[in-house]
Design a protein around this ligand. Sequence first.
Ligand SMILES: [Fe+2]
Ligand SMILES: [Fe+2]
Length: 193
Amino acid sequence: MEVTRERAWETLTRYTKSEALLRHALAVEASVGSYAQRAGDDEELWRATALLHDFDYEIHPTLDQHPQDGAAILREEGWPEEVVEAVLSHAEHLEMPRDTPLKRTLFACDELSGFVHACGLVRPTGLDGLEPKSVKKKLKQPSFAAGVHRDEVYAGAELLGLELDEHIRNVIAALQPIAPELGLRTAADAPAA
Ligand SMILES: [Fe+2]
Ligand SMILES: [Fe+2]
């Protein structure tokens, strides 16, 4: 099959109705897509993979099923192994090697996109004006976005060979253009002082 972002969206939305999960998929897609552009790699394939990485989470909410039972569905639908393997590799419990740039990027963007998104949601100007420094400060507050695995955020930047600041800055920049889709305010929405 031809791998397109549109086809991935179609598969994702067939299995996922939760707005929070769809927003997570869009955020990870935006981050992974921006890294594909930087690397001059196959942006369409990377975006499709990012959209699909948690496509089965709503029907398989536990780690004895997600994402391995989802992978079986993707194979049945004819998604290429490159996509399926990358989807599988995002899961820490499967302990698969992250031996391609796509696998490394997906892992590195998964938790951090969610975290940056959460940072934007509590600011009156959303992501506008958000600095890596304040994201790092929030990473050190265990109660903020407690579901985000901090160790995976740090490991992800290292896997990409990037300073955490740079990785955070890249993810903020990737999410800014889709702020409305992510339910985020922007500087234009902030009340005048
Ligand atoms: Fe997942
Ligand atoms: Fe995810």
